[in-house]
Design a binder for this molecule. Structure first.
Ligand code: SF4
Length: 378
């Protein structure tokens, strides 16, 4: 496996067989990715096995993979971790994705929308805390018309011209994407979820199509956005082969940011009885992504922090370099429940920021106050 990992690092690519061999390596509950930062307070059951045996590190392929990914991330981004202030401004959605807790079919969810003024007070608070990127995320909510979104975007950019603004509001027409871009939006996040048609149909109702999702992503690229895409790891129906097709699709799209996190179930969805995704496979894929896309912005997602108390720290160790703490008002956070037991729904933004600072430095990195644009070249 080491040979394959070295070849992947050198060529930033590998044959289908090689990638499938790495994706399909046996999984443990918690991989051995190194001991350096494990706090004494961690429950024994949460500690990775053999985590103190670093001299054998290279014999463990996941440990070796994480080490190579960390070396590559340090070459491109040093120890910097970029933070994006996430504002979840509406949990209304016209879609019914089978895996999602805020799907329109979930009748037991209390729905909310933030006003423009509430959004602006989130960005003002975030700016004071050192955030220089804001992410406006929401379901596909027709209440927020293009005109309204453009107004919000231009108001944020007027107040914070030195900040980057990311939108994550789903599938739109090209003209809408263009209007948001012209109003000042810099980046757009839209996970493709899977590049395999059959798998896409397993995750989404028939009115949604992979073709349209891909059309959106290519429109966004052509317009000039910095684009982020990605997948859930362990979603129902996912196989090593579908993951391989995801990696090949990402190579074609060449996004600036790739967001992956473990699939986590939600009780009020058709997938209520499905299993959660795997921490170990998510970490492995993060490292593979770092070697395939050395320049990419890779978040250690909230879902990683939800599946394990140190999931985000482990993500950073495996090549991630972005965190997306929540800046939404505390009283609505638990309502943006894409999955169960989401973390960080109770703390004020300032507390979250302090907590993250400690977590990031305990893992050997540091949060920086910067827009954190992609670095295509070193
Ligand atoms: S995944 Fe996105 S588009 Fe699908 S139901 Fe959830 S919020 Fe709506």
């Amino acid at each position: 496996m080491q040979k394959l990992i070295d070849e992947l690092e050198k060529n930033k690519d590998l044959s289908d067989e090689g990638l499938l061999a790495l994706i399909g390596m046996p999984l443990t509950d918690i991989p051995n990715i190194g001991a350096a930062f494990w706090p004494g307070s961690l429950r024994a059951s949460d500690k990775p096995p053999h985590s103190d045996v670093d001299r054998h590190a290279d014999a463990d392929p996941d440990r070796y993979l994480a080490k190579r990914a960390d070396t590559v991330r340090r070459a491109h981004y040093g120890t910097n971790v970029y933070v994006r202030g996430l504002i979840e401004f509406t949990n209304h959605c016209k879609n019914n994705c089978y895996y999602c807790g805020i799907r329109r079919g979930n009748g037991s969810l209390t729905r909310y929308r933030l006003t423009k003024e509430e959004i602006l007070s989130c960005t003002a608070a975030g700016f004071k805390l050192g955030f220089r990127t804001f992410v406006l995320q929401g379901g596909e909510d027709p209440y927020f018309t293009d005109t309204y979104i453009c107004d919000i975007v231009s108001s944020i950019k007027e107040q914070h011209p030195d900040c980057a603004l990311t939108l994550s509001i789903g599938e739109k027409d090209r003209a809408s994407y263009q209007a948001f871009f012209d109003a000042g939006a810099d980046r757009y996040l839209l996970r493709h979820e899977t590049a395999d048609d059959t798998h896409y149909a397993r995750l989404h109702p028939p009115e949604m199509s992979l073709k349209n999702r891909m059309r959106c992503l290519y429109d966004l690229k052509e317009i000039g956005y910095q684009v982020g895409s990605g997948i859930m790891v362990g979603s129902p129906g996912q196989t090593p082969e579908t993951i391989l097709s995801d990696l090949r699709f990402l190579q074609k799209l060449d996004p600036d940011m790739i967001g992956i996190g473990p699939y986590l179930t939600h009780n009020n969805t058709p997938f209520a009885n499905e299993k959660n995704g795997s921490l170990a496979l998510t970490l492995r894929l993060l490292s593979l992504l770092r070697l395939l896309f050395p320049h990419a912005l890779l978040p250690a997602t909230t879902a990683l922090g939800t599946i394990h108390p140190l999931g985000r720290e482990m993500g950073l160790k495996c090549g991630a370099n972005v965190l997306m703490p929540n800046l939404s008002p505390v009283d609505v956070r638990r309502l943006y429940a894409l999955y169960e037991n989401k973390i960080c729904t109770g703390d004020e933004s300032a507390q979250c920021r302090d907590c993250l600072e400690t977590r990031v430095s305990s893992a050997g990195y540091q949060i920086v106050t910067a827009r954190g644009d992609v670095k295509r070249k070193i």
